[in-house]
Each structure stands twice: as structure tokens, then as C-alpha cells.
Write a protein that binds this ligand. Structure first.
Ligand code: NAP
Length: 281
């Protein structure tokens, strides 16, 4: 894998960090990006080639891409769109600004970055784009509406780009994890406290259960896997001659991919309501 360059977003923790470590060990030249300078310093100290990239800022995206392309002589084999966060809360409790912020990071910044890299891939006649989506990109759970919407939108843009990139030797794959051990829950908890007014909400009682889950008081979510489970699929998406369109990771993703095909909508709602309720406890 020597000379194959990969750009990854959101490498400060969790899946992004695991991908950066694992792909570097495999011989890729990895640009492990993070949005905070202290994380960039930490990554560089650990031997990574790290740069700042904040998906909320066009300037930051532009600066990172310019610097990386300068270092690679204008080439990039793979882009892994990993950086994102979850904004919990009932849809009716999300202000316009809070919903917009979730889209800015998880979708709009991600697409802006992809659009900056695509001309490079077109010019070199090859490339791999890997979108870290979610089981919540294929089914919805209560109180995850903002995050659900961004992952559904990511799936839609990816499905569209796949049609538009047909015949170019640029492949786009969606990786759909269920629960993975990372800082995701802690970050979601912070977003909940920052943006949801519990006291004024019609959902006050159910928020108490949601908080128990996010605070980890209800223990680990069932079927949780380590981030290495995602790495395995990403390696396939980067190295297979014909990478898959979708990679399910964890049992819940496999299960829901089947259930949403075979169950009538209201039956699926009943299952999803129960799953949402039990994973909130
Ligand atoms: N963990 C799960 O159960 C799970 C399940 C399905 C899908 N996923 C997806 O997996 C991906 C990685 O999440 P994770 O589980 O590894 O969670 P994580 O540990 O919270 O990592 C998320 C990463 O995204 C970064 N990020 C957040 N906002 C950003 C921004 N504006 N610009 C650039 N980076 C930003 C975070 O940086 P900071 O440290 O600076 O916040 C962090 O590096 C996400 O796309 C997530 O939706 C996770």
C-alpha cells in the first residue's frame, strides 16, 4: 500500500483514530485530520501526519486540502468521511440553528470536502471515497431525528454520486455501523445538554431515560463492537477490485437491513419504537 495516500476526518478519537492507526500500520500514507489543535499535536506526537480540518469551516477545509495536495504532488487515493456527531433530542425540540449545525458538520462540510477531492481523483483516473454512515442511515429511532436526517442525506448523496461517477474508476462505499465503542455517546451527551431545553419539553420524562443511556448508567449498548470492526470493512472498500456499495457493521445493521425490507411500515415502527425505548433504558 506504499504511496497510497488517504485523508481521514475526525481522527481525535473512536473510529477515526482506529482507522488512522490501522491504515498507517498497513503501509498507507495517512493524513489524520482533527478539528482541534491539541488533537493535531497529539496525533503528530504519535507519529501521524496530522493537520487541522474542521468540517464547520470552509476555510479550514480549503487549507487542509491545499496543504495535503501540496505534500502529495496533487494526488489522493482515498477519502474517508468519518468526522460527525450526534445531536439527540425530540424533533420538536430542535431549533433551526441546532438542526442546521448538525447538517453543517455531518453533511455539508463533508460534501464540500468531497467536492474538493473529486477533481483530483478524476484527474488521476482512480479513487475511493468511504462514507462512514450508520445503521441510523437506514432506519430511524426516536430522539435521534437530527442525526438520522444527516445520515439519510449522506446515504442519498452517496447513492447519487455513485450514479454520477459510473465508469470513472472512482468508487464510493457506505459503511453502516451499529453501536461501536468510542466517544460518540459522551459527545452526544454534551450536545444534548448544550442544546435541549428539558424543563420545557413535552418529552421531559423520556429524556430522563435518554440521559441514563448517554451517561452510560444503563451499561454498554447490546451488540457493541470495537472500532476495529469498522477498520476491517474500510480495508475491503479500499483494496477490493470491486468494493461493495454498502458495508454493514454489527448485528443490528444486518438485522434492520432485512427487517425494513420485509416488514410493513407500521410493524417496523412497533419494532423501532421498542428498540428505541429499550436502548434508552
Ligand atoms: N460509535 C457509534 O456507535 C457509531 C455508530 C454508527 C456510526 N458512527 C459514525 O462513526 C463516525 C465516527 O464516530 P465515533 O463513533 O468514532 O465517535 P467519536 O469518538 O465521537 O468521534 C467523532 C469524530 O468526529 C469529529 N468531529 C466532530 N465534529 C467535527 C467537525 N466539525 N469537523 C471535523 N471533525 C469533527 C470529532 O472531533 P472532536 O473530538 O473534536 O469532537 C471526533 O474526532 C461518525 O461519522 C459517526 O456518525 C458511530
Amino acid at each position: 500500500m506504499k504511496n497510497r495516500t488517504i485523508l481521514i476526518t475526525g481522527c481525535s478519537s473512536g473510529i477515526g483514530l482506529c482507522l488512522a492507526d490501522g491504515l498507517r500500520e498497513r503501509g498507507y500514507r495517512v493524513f489524520a485530520t482533527a478539528r482541534k489543535s491539541r488533537d493535531v499535536e497529539k496525533l503528530n506526537a504519535a507519529g501521524h501526519e496530522s493537520l487541522m480540518l474542521d468540517l464547520d469551516s470552509s476555510e479550514s477545509i480549503n487549507d487542509a486540502v491545499t496543504e495535503i495536495l501540496k505534500r502529495t504532488n496533487n494526488s489522493l487515493y482515498g477519502l474517508i468521511n468519518n468526522g460527525a456527531y450526534g445531536q439527540p433530542g425530540a424533533v420538536e425540540d430542535l431549533s433551526r440553528d441546532v438542526l442546521r449545525a448538525q447538517f453543517e458538520t455531518n453533511l455539508l462540510g463533508t460534501q464540500e470536502l468531497t467536492n474538493k477531492i473529486l477533481p483530483v481523483m478524476r484527474q488521476q483516473g482512480a479513487g475511493r471515497i468511504i462514507q462512514i454512515s450508520s445503521v441510523l442511515g437506514i432506519i430511524c429511532l426516536a430522539y435521534r431525528g437530527a442525526y438520522n436526517a444527516t445520515k439519510y442525506a449522506l446515504e442519498a448523496l452517496s447513492d447519487t454520486m455513485r450514479l454520477e461517477l459510473r465508469g470513472t474508476n472512482i468508487y464510493i462505499s457506505l459503511v453502516e455501523p451499529g453501536p461501536i465503542a468510542s466517544r460518540f455517546r459522551d459527545n452526544a451527551l454534551a450536545a444534548f445538554h448544550a442544546n435541549i431545553n428539558v424543563a420545557n419539553s413535552a418529552h421531559k420524562t423520556r429524556y430522563e431515560a435518554l440521559l441514563q443511556r448517554l451517561e452510560g448508567k444503563s451499561g454498554k449498548m447490546p451488540f457493541t463492537l470495537p472500532p476495529e470492526a469498522v477498520l476491517e470493512k474500510v480495508i475491503h472498500a479500499l483494496e477490493a477490485d470491486r468494493p461493495r456499495v454498502r458495508y454493514a457493521v454489527t448485528f443490528p445493521t444486518y438485522l434492520f437491513a432485512v427487517l425494513r425490507r420485509i416488514l410493513p411500515a407500521r410493524w417496523l415502527d412497533t419494532v423501532l419504537y421498542k428498540v428505541g425505548d429499550s436502548t434508552n433504558k
